[in-house]
Write a protein that binds this ligand. Structure first.
Ligand SMILES: Nc1ncnc2c1ncn2[C@@H]1O[C@H](COP(=O)(O)OP(=O)(O)O)[C@@H](O)[C@H]1O
Ligand SMILES: Nc1ccn([C@@H]2O[C@H](COP(=O)(O)OP(=O)(O)O)[C@@H](O)[C@H]2O)c(=O)n1
Length: 421
C-alpha cells in the first residue's frame, strides 16, 4: 500500500526544521520556489560530494510505542550507520502550534557512505513510523534541495518534486516547549494514569504501579496541620533539613517519590520522558494521599514534591540557555488543579561550588540527571529557574549556604510566619 509521506506531517511548507550542532540549533524551512535566499547555515559548510538526510519520527496512533521507538532509534542509528556518518538531533514544528513538534535525527554522510545509509533508511521507512528526506545541492550548485522519500510495498523512492531549503528565524522559545503539556509534565491524575495504563502491555512493572495508586484523587482528608515541602537540587541539604524539621516540629516526614515506588524507580528512570515523567507524576498523587492521612495528626514535611517533577521535566525537555524556557507565567508552570497544595514550599539554593563540595563529601552515587547537573551548567540553571517560575503555590527561596542550624532557624521562621505553628 502506498502512502504519501507528506500527509503524515501536515503543512510541510509552513514547518520549521531545527538541527542541533554542538548544542546550538540551526533553523531552516522549505519552499517550492526560490527567491534568492541564502543557503541555511547547516548546509553552508557541507562539501559538494556530501549528502545529508533527515529521519523524523511522526506520532503513530500509539504514542507509548512512538516514544519507545524514538528512544531506540538513536541506538539503532549509532549501531548500524557507518562510523563516519555524523548524527545530530533534529526536530520539525509549526511555530506557535501546540503538539506540532516531531523529533528525529539529521545525518551527514559522503559519497562513500551514501549506499549503506540509504539502505538503512529504506529499511526504516518500510517498517517504522519515520519520514525520511535527503538533501543535496540543486542543479545550479548554488542552492540545496530537500527530497522526501515515499514508500511503496516493495521499494522506496524520492517523491518527484524537490523543495528548496531556506534559512528560517529562531522561534521565541525552544521548540520543545510546544509539546511539554501532557508529554513531559502532566497536569492531572487522569493524564498520567492514562499513560501508565497504556504501558501495562509492554512494561509489566506498570501494572504494579497502578495497583499502588489511590482510588480517589482528592486527598482523602484535608490536613488540619501545615504541610511543608522542601525542594532544591541534590546536595543542597534537603535531607539534613527535613530530618531536623521532623524532630523540631514533631512532624511526619514523607519522601517523594513515596517509598512504595522505590522498587520500580530504577526501571522507570530508563524509560523515555513520556513514561518516566508519568511515573513521577503519579508518585505525587500517592504522596498527596499519604499527606492527607498523616496531616490530620501532625505537621507533615515532604522531601521534594511537584516542583521537582515539573522543573526537572521542563529543564530536560528544553536545551540551551535559560531564555529558551517557556516564558514566565506560561501555563506550563501551573500547579495541577487536582493535586493537593502544600501550605509552604521552600527552595534551598546553593552556590554551585559549595554544592559540589557537599556532593564530594557525601560521596554517594548519583543519578544520571544529577551527573548532568554537575557537567552541564545550563541544565542546572534551567532547573533552578523552572523551580522559581512554578506557581500555585510558588516556592520561597532560602539560601542554604549557612550552617545547618542557621538554615533550620531560617526555615522555622518562615513556617511560623506562614503556618502559625
Ligand atoms: N547547611 C549545611 N552546611 C554544610 N553542610 C551541609 C549543610 N546541610 C547539609 N550539609 C551536608 O551536605 C551534604 C548534602 O546534604 P543532604 O541533606 O544529603 O542534601 P540533599 O538531601 O538535598 O541531597 C551532606 O553531607 C550534609 O551533611
Ligand atoms: N516528586 C518528585 C521527586 C523526584 N523526582 C525526580 O527525581 C530526581 C531527583 O531525585 P533524587 O532522589 O535523586 O534526589 P535527592 O532528593 O536524592 O537529591 C529528580 O531529578 C526528578 O526527576 C520527580 O520527578 N518528582
Amino acid at each position: 500500500m502506498s502512502k504519501h509521506a507528506m500527509s503524515l506531517l501536515p503543512r510541510w511548507c509552513s514547518r520549521v526544521f531545527s538541527v542541533e550542532l554542538n548544542g546550538a540549533p540551526f533553523y531552516f524551512a522549505v519552499k517550492e520556489k526560490h527567491l534568492g535566499e541564502d543557503v541555511p547555515r547547516v548546509f553552508r559548510e557541507v562539501q559538494n560530494r556530501d549528502k545529508c538526510y533527515s529521519v523524523l519520527v511522526y506520532c503513530s496512533r500509539d504514542r507509548i510505542k512512538t516514544a519507545k521507538f524514538y528512544g531506540e532509534l538513536k541506538d539503532k542509528l549509532l549501531r548500524d550507520l557507518p562510523p563516519e556518518c555524523r548524527l545530530s538531533p533534529m526536530s520539525s514544528f509549526l511555530p506557535k502550534v501546540r503538539d506540532s513538534l516531531v523529533k528525529g535525527y539529521f545525518l551527514k554522510g559522503n559519497s562513500d557512505t551514501s549506499s549503506p545509509i540509504e539502505r538503512l533508511l529504506s529499511d526504516l521507512i518500510q517498517h517504522d513510523p519515520v519520514l525520511v528526506c535527503s538533501y543535496s545541492p540543486a542543479e545550479d550548485g548554488q542552492q540545496w534541495t530537500q527530497h522526501m522519500w515515499s514508500e511503496t510495498a516493495s521499494q522506496v523512492m524520492d517523491v518527484a518534486k524537490g523543495y528548496y531549503v531556506v534559512p528560517s528565524e529562531a522561534p521565541e522559545y525552544h521548540p520543545s516547549t510546544l509539546n511539554i503539556i501532557n508529554s513531559d509534565v502532566f497536569y492531572s491524575f487522569d493524564e498520567a494514569y492514562d499513560v501508565m495504563k497504556k504501558c501495562g502491555d509492554i512494561i509489566p512493572e506498570a501494572k504494579a504501579v497502578l495497583e499502588l495508586l489511590p482510588s480517589r484523587v482528592e486527598a482523602r482528608n484535608k490536613p488540619d496541620f501545615p504541610v511543608i515541602v522542601i525542594e532544591g537540587l541534590d546536595a543542597t541539604g534537603k535531607t539534613t533539613l527535613t530530618e531536623s524539621l521532623k524532630d523540631t516540629l514533631g512532624a511526619t516526614l514523607l519522601p517523594s517519590p513515596p517509598e512504595c515506588l522505590s522498587p520500580w524507580r530504577a526501571r522507570f528512570d530508563q524509560e523515555p520522558p513520556l513514561i518516566r515523567r508519568a511515573f513521577y507524576a503519579l508518585g505525587n498523587y500517592i504522596s498527596a494521599d499519604q499527606i492527607g492521612l498523616k496531616g490530620t495528626k501532625t505537621p507533615v514535611i515532604v522531601d521534594r514534591f511537584w516542583h521537582s517533577t515539573a522543573a526537572y521535566a521542563i529543564a530536560t525537555a528544553v536545551s540551551g540557555p535559560v531564555c529558551n524556557l517557556p516564558g514566565e507565567g506560561s501555563e506550563v508552570y501551573c500547579w495541577p488543579s487536582d493535586l493537593f497544595q502544600p501550605s509552604l514550599v521552600v527552595l534551598l539554593t546553593l552556590d554551585p561550588e559549595e554544592r559540589k563540595r557537599r556532593l564530594r563529601n557525601r560521596g554517594q552515587g548519583k543519578t544520571d540527571e544529577e551527573e548532568e547537573l554537575d557537567h552541564n551548567q545550563l541544565f542546572r540553571l534551567r532547573v533552578e529557574e523552572a523551580y522559581r517560575r512554578i506557581s500555585g503555590p510558588a516556592c520561597v527561596t532560602v539560601d542554604a549556604s549557612p550552617s545547618a542550624d542557621r538554615v533550620l532557624q531560617q526555615v522555622l521562621l518562615l513556617i511560623r510566619g506562614k503556618c502559625h505553628l
